[in-house]
Design a protein around this ligand. Sequence first.
Ligand SMILES: [Fe+2]
Ligand SMILES: [Fe+2]
Length: 490
Amino acid sequence: MKEKIKSLMEKGFLLDPEVAETLDENTYNLIDRHLNSDENVVLTKSVIEELKQKYSSLQELNITLVEENFGDVKIIKNYEDIPKKVEVLDFVEHYKIRYNVLKKILQNRSELADVVSINRLFNKPERERVSVIGLVLSKEITKNNHIILELEDVTSSIKVLISNNNKNVYDKAKEIVLDEVIGITGSVGNKIIFANDVFFPDIILNGNNIKKSEFEDYVVFISDIHVGSKLFLEEEFLKFIKWLNGEFGNAEQKQVAKSVKYLIIVGDIVDGVGVYPGQDEELTIKELSEQYEKLSEYLKKIRNDIKIVMCPGNHDAIRLSEPQPVFDKCLAKSIWELPNVILVTNPAVINIGSYENFSGFNILLYHGYSFDYYIDKMDSIRNNGGYDRADLVMKFLLQKRHLAPSHTSSLFIVDPNRDHLIIDEIPDIFASGHLHKSSVSQYGKTTTICGSCWQATTKFQEKVGHHPEPCRVPYLNLKNREVKILKFME
Ligand SMILES: [Fe+2]
Ligand SMILES: [Fe+2]
């Protein structure tokens, strides 16, 4: 224990002799993990008692084991590029994979347990009740305001009529988008199905059991820093960094900051160069590598026990097509060199906060480039707040189990071996950005969190009527799964 006492003293703690005498491994770990030595804390018996009480659950566990994994970030899904010329057949294979994965998910529903392939429908007697699963090839509204779909599976395609007489089903059908995979139950007509229900793969069938950690650790979510832009809010961003370091905010906020273990940054890290016509005029830093250099200067200021996980967005120095690879090693060299930064693709899935007998939390990171399309196209999103409601878009995509179901909603790489944008595993947390306005919600067992931004409102955003809310920081308590938002700008 002498070494541990020495280590605490070197860290700046002042030890009461009684505490030094009785110090054990568990107490040492508690102090080391949860107290900040910069504040000249005198470790008296009562300080230790308070600490033990607060983190009593730690005592029940073997801390040494926990510590080995704690703070660990595991990358569950990170996409590797296979550069290759895309051929027509690749498209076919890509959609076949999407169909098969989502079909499996849909078949977990009892209503869809006995699906038949579409080519077998043509031999069925009229009015027979059937269920099918297909990819939506087209969607039209008839003169009488019914919805007609064309649904395709690997065998054939068929029309599906969704009558507006059944409001419930009709409302569900309004949410159908092109190229997504859905289930239909209904009765057979002449080369048509008269639908009596519509099913999306969705996540809610899998229950609402929200995972919680034994430890009160925090995850902080930001996005859209836009370093390099004239409108980058440097002063506020520096305040945010000060908060993370325990140097800003009230006592409660400082206490939270101490327990922040992870910082998730979901894209548009820099403003980029040549992202839109005339962007040059809007930049203070006109070189991409210098934008990343500047960003790394900020990140270096963050206390280095915080693990920073970053994925790119549509402004970053990377191709626009999704999945976007990790940041370019040359252009973002300064970021690659930071020891506590973990770079992932967009989208990606990571796991945090695991310890013995607890599998931790899976976080799906997706910047949100496809969000614009669904806000524009879906009445249910547009008429209920649109750009102010990232939560609605994120819920919509969780229901589709796909980050960009419609072909034209994002640019994507056609991979004949997989569809990278499928949400096959249900995440505990779905983190995004892009809309420059923070939004937090819970859908099923998934917490949806959209970061805000660190860029003042652009002329373009003003013109199109968006209402960005910069400098808001959602932070998640892994112990009770509550999310709160800190404002660094009024
Ligand atoms: Fe952005
Ligand atoms: Fe963006």
